[in-house]
Ligand binder design. Structure first.
Ligand SMILES: [Zn+2]
Length: 225
């Protein structure tokens, strides 16, 4: 994603948790259009076939493989969003995944263990405000179990567009619901179970570890170079 003439982001620590980084919201988008036209992939990009779909990288395909292993429904690149970015210019954005049961968007960055540049993630900010749904920007290996112990995703809030870090896939040990939560805490799973003072991170649970191992072992079929 290009950053163009995006306003400078201001940062401050969260008053609730000094380890959480808040980025103050950008001005609201002037307008947002949703278009459903599929955009062709470049012939020069490696294409990976999995689950009857074509992915842009093995990293994306591994995420899809993880979702299947966990029984989490996913949609791969279901929609192209078009944002006006001022001065008559348009920007297109095709988020990598939508998880309909969780009602969240996922953007996957192929940048190893290095967190993505927040300014380059401005479209995720716009998407959260436009769809009124959270947008997570993940980096590192699928589920991030070994990338960062405290969580490897930014979360863009659907209400104010602010961003926090250290989010992680996790599972409620009682009802087995999979969700994304700050630090992978069981209390962050959107289920009816109560954890109270016994809250703990469950980001390294057996289901997630096994799903990641399944995705790592999978031999993907590739097209092109
Ligand atoms: Zn639960």
């Amino acid at each position: 994603m290009d950053s163009g003439s995006i306003p400078v982001l201001r940062q401050r620590a969260s008053p609730r948790d000094p380890n959480l980084l808040l980025i103050l919201p950008l001005p609201p988008p002037q307008s947002v259009h949703l278009i459903n036209v599929a955009r062709p992939m470049s012939r020069h990009v490696l294409q990976v076939v999995y689950d009857g779909r074509v992915f842009r990288s093995k990293t994306e395909a591994r995420w899809a493989c993880c979702f299947n292993a966990l029984g989490v429904a996913y949609q791969h690149e279901p929609t192209v969003f078009r944002f006006e970015r001022g001065e008559g210019r348009l920007a297109h954005y095709k988020p990598d995944f939508y998880l309909p049961e969780l009602e969240v968007w996922l953007e996957i960055k192929n940048e190893g263990t290095r967190p993505p540049d927040l300014v380059a993630c401005w479209k995720a900010h716009r998407l959260a405000l436009a769809t009124h749904q959270p947008v997570y920007v993940f980096f590192g290996e699928p589920m991030g179990l070994r990338t960062l112990r405290c969580g490897n995703a930014y979360r863009y809030d659907p209400h104010d567009g602010g961003v926090t870090r250290c989010h992680q896939f996790t599972q409620c040990p009682r009802c087995s619901r999979i969700d994304v939560a700050p630090y992978g805490l069981a209390s962050g799973v959107r289920c009816a179970c109560e954890w109270g003072e016994a809250d703990f991170s469950n980001a390294g649970c057996v289901a997630l570890v096994e799903a990641t191992a399944t995705a790592r072992r999978h031999r993907f079929r590739t097209l092109g170079q």
